[in-house]
Design a binder for this molecule. Structure first.
Ligand SMILES: Nc1nc2c(ncn2[C@@H]2O[C@H](COP(=O)(O)OP(=O)(O)OP(=O)(O)O)[C@@H](O)[C@H]2O)c(=O)[nH]1
Ligand SMILES: [Mg+2]
Length: 470
């Protein structure tokens, strides 16, 4: 049986211990609260990959009486082989030592120490006592500076203390840490004890592979969403007595509802894949993802740019400039510019006005007793769904598991920096791959809607190119 390394997350109350743990273990079930003393018993969070436990982190209560704890340990130091164990026996019946006794439990069983401090405040005497306790424990230990705000003037003083008491120290922000920062923290943990070096080496390589796999699964989820959405076809029967306008309205509403549902399902799968299971993180207030899938702004910002439509349609820019109807090229904006919004387009369509042509991009056709919608001819639908999924993916991987809200408005705006999608700078070659995929889905209509594997593979690779850069 291989030994599973355990690290206890220790520190003063309310410094962000549980936050750092949640982020490191990618576990959003960890309780985080602005009230000091939230954590009162130790709780171990295993980190599993494919069901195999690789590592465990133990959350602990904050130090209550570090001064007293230090002198109790020092008293036992000269005559006891295991001062921590002896102290824990002694403190079992003393209520005011409950938290201090509890937080030492993982050390008694051999866990390593990750000591957390909020480096944006000055070093105090209690902190020095805490650090000395940990040094006396003799366990391998690393200090982490989790700066709650951007104040840096106290850092040299903290580092000076850390050098005396710890094997290693790092900065790590429980709210903002990325995947790469998590890996580099684990890399640093290797150095605090030689006995852990090999096992942590293995853990890191399994983590890296797992991350790579999750990204590939994400691309697969997005490719499938595109395939299924582009292929979606619905038929409504019109009986001789029924109202055909009503049937068309019903059909379009079913169609848009199904697409929204497919999109939501795909995004939920991505969220789960990145282990955001419990806490439903918030998208920035003015994220485009709050807009409806069929909203003009969404299509303008996330659809193809004009020059890209030209590429996709294989026509000259001059023809476009000369006022050629872009809707004819499968570009949904024509529809929006004609009537302003999808609801307007729909009512115009139902009213039989000339803009009805614009709905052809969704493959609406009327034939005898049936009306049909889809498979779509709109390449924009592909781009809108693709960009929205990539936006969602970007928020998801950058939302640390310990974070429960936005810290400041500034952060909100920086996380919405990318407003116009991921595909705006795509060259002709990539747009053509998307176009070929769309055509292939249309042709596969009688074939269960599965486009040729080669076209799927090409699209997969183009999307993977974005996730590798994100
Ligand atoms: N702005 C900011 N707030 C943070 C950061 N880390 C933690 N916090 C907040 O600080 C508060 C305390 O965080 P916890 O993780 O619960 O702290 P703790 O050390 O586990 O606290 P106890 O369990 O009470 O000892 C919460 O409101 C967190 O959201 C950070 O990096 N930046
Ligand atoms: Mg806590």
């Amino acid at each position: 049986m291989t030994m599973i390394p355990e690290f206890a997350i220790i520190g003063h109350p309310n410094e962000g211990k549980s936050t750092v743990l949640a982020t490191l273990a990618e576990d959003d079930s960890v309780r985080v609260s602005s009230t000091p003393g939230e954590t009162i018993v130790c709780q171990t969070f295993p980190v599993r990959i494919d069901g195999r436990e690789m590592l465990r982190f133990t959350d602990t209560p904050g130090f209550q009486n570090p001064g007293r704890l230090l002198s109790e340990l020092k008293n036992r130091f000269s005559e006891s082989l295991d001062p921590i164990k002896d102290f824990r026996i002694y403190a079992a019946t003393i209520p005011e030592l409950h938290d201090d006794r509890e937080l030492l439990a993982p050390l008694e069983r051999g866990a390593g120490v990750i000591y957390i401090v909020d480096g944006s405040r000055p070093v105090r005497n209690v902190d020095k006592a805490e650090m000395e306790i940990l040094r006396l424990s003799g366990r391998p230990r690393m200090a982490i500076i989790n700066c709650k705000d951007d104040e840096e003037k106290h850092l040299p003083a903290w580092k000076n203390e850390f050098r005396k008491n710890f094997n290693s120290n790092r900065r790590f922000n429980g709210h903002r840490a990325t995947y790469a920062e998590r890996i580099s923290l684990l890399e640093a943990l290797k150095s605090i004890d030689q006995d852990w070096q090999n096992i942590l080496e293995e853990v890191i390589s399994v983590f890296k592979e797992d991350w790579h796999n999750r990204n590939r699964v994400t691309v697969d989820i997005i490719t499938t969403l595109l395939e299924e959405s582009l292929h979606l076809k619905l038929i409504e029967n019109i009986s001789s007595t029924s109202n055909s306008k009503h049937a068309r309205a019903k059909l379009f509403s079913r169609y848009s509802k199904e697409l929204r549902l497919k999109e939501t399902n795909a995004h939920t799968q991505i969220r789960r894949l990145f282990k955001h299971n419990i806490f439903n993180y918030k998208l920035p207030p003015h994220s485009l993802l709050h807009e409806d899938l069929f909203n003009q702004k969404t299509w303008q910002l996330l659809g193809l740019a004009k020059n890209q439509i030209v590429i996709a349609g294989g026509i000259s820019g001059a023809a476009l400039g000369a006022g050629l109807d872009v809707a004819a090229l499968g570009h949904g904006l024509g529809m929006f510019t004609a009537v302003g919004c999808m609801a307007g387009a729909l009512s115009a369509f139902l009213g039989g006005e000339s803009v009805s042509n614009n709905l052809e991009i969704f493959g609406v056709s009327l034939g005898g007793k049936q009306i049909q919608i889809g498979p779509t001819k709109s390449i924009d639908l592909l781009f809108v769904l693709l960009n929205r999924s990539l936006l969602f993916y970007q928020y998801t991987i950058n939302w640390a598991h310990g974070r429960r809200d936005y810290e400041s408005l500034e952060q909100v705006s920086s996380s919405t920096a990318r407003l116009s999608g991921f595909t705006r700078d795509w060259p002709a070659s990539k747009i053509k791959i998307c176009h070929t995929f769309l055509k292939s889905v249309q042709k596969a209509n009688g074939n269960g809607g599965k486009p040729h594997d080669d076209f799927r593979k090409l699209l997969f690779e183009v999307i993977e190119g974005v996730t590798k850069k994100t």
